[in-house]
Ligand binder design. Sequence first.
Ligand SMILES: [Zn+2]
Ligand SMILES: [Zn+2]
Length: 393
Amino acid sequence: MISLRNVFGRLVLTTRTDAGAEAEGKATASQLLRLPPEIILLVASMLPTPSAACLALCSHRLNHILGPGFWRSLQSEAPDVLLAFLSSLAKDLPQHFVCQECACLHRMSTIKWPRLITRHLGPRCTWQNLGYHHLFLSRYQIHFPHIQLAIKQHYCGTDIGFPLEAFQHLEVEHDQTQQKITLLSVDAQIVSNELLMRSQTWVLLPWSRRDEFIDELAENSLSCDICVHTRLGPLNKNLTSDLVRSRLDQLETQEKCRTQTLQCPYCWMDYVVYAIDFGERGFAVLITRWVNLGAGLDSADAKWQSHITVRMARGIHHPHHQGDIRTSFEDQAELSVEELTADNKLKLFSRRQNRLVCRGSDGLVWKWDQGKWWYLAPSGPPERSFWNFLMYS
Ligand SMILES: [Zn+2]
Ligand SMILES: [Zn+2]
């Protein structure tokens, strides 16, 4: 971590040691440094404090001429000025990003990929605030720095360690006592410089548990959540159970199950609730969501905040056109939602063993966690070693 207090010292030191005598020689030859120190001081005094501080970081000689005064004034500036200064520095430091919580530069490598389910969560400031859960009880969570880093990589155009693969996730929970299997799949796209995510939740139950399940959802919808507004309000707390009941009624009366895209009036999300009859194996309720998590520039961004808190719900009503987020995501998606659904169905019915790492009947490698969760191993070239995949969690 580079704090505001020591960033100056570190970068000046880097300028001295790394660039060495050659850079110093070039600097003295520059037109700017040929000016008398009084003129340089006069120019710097007309600059905004962050720009003057940046100027002092350009070379050891400029730092010597300008002295520590600008640096001291910068530390007493408002938080947004400090963040703007750090953002300027971060442009030339591809392996660092500005932490909006503690006004520091953190190394990108300290932030774990969301799909790595691990106890090593990185700097406390980056995860202690509310995160976004696709499924309330899942250990897969998105925190603001994840969006920041995905967007930073998008702007960089090269791999700086946080590709969209970092968000791909698939987990299955077998709850023997509830006779329930829950599956969650997540993938991400960047569209118009904003991070969009698509998640699909499946809940598979025997038909004998139908009414009990609907009653449980009316009590609390944590096991089959749509968004924070169905969990905590202000949406009707029976919305999830009512939707599930209506879809199951359609199945039982042989009607075609409705698949229209719905919209939460308080957050940037489109969703579809669907049900499938698997005969003797029971029924499954599917919820597919498309969320817009925003541009990752400011943690106070309304799009991001709308997914993690109900505080702003009063001021927001139908923030986007229904279906826009779904269409934007699907236009770029490698896998269509129909292909995703077919793929998830196979994984829902895969047989997995109770072993730390096992190959399921689908031929895929799964990691077992806490007695009832299985996480799908990353496909393609691993972002970390297989040993790490085994050890993390
Ligand atoms: Zn921090
Ligand atoms: Zn909502």
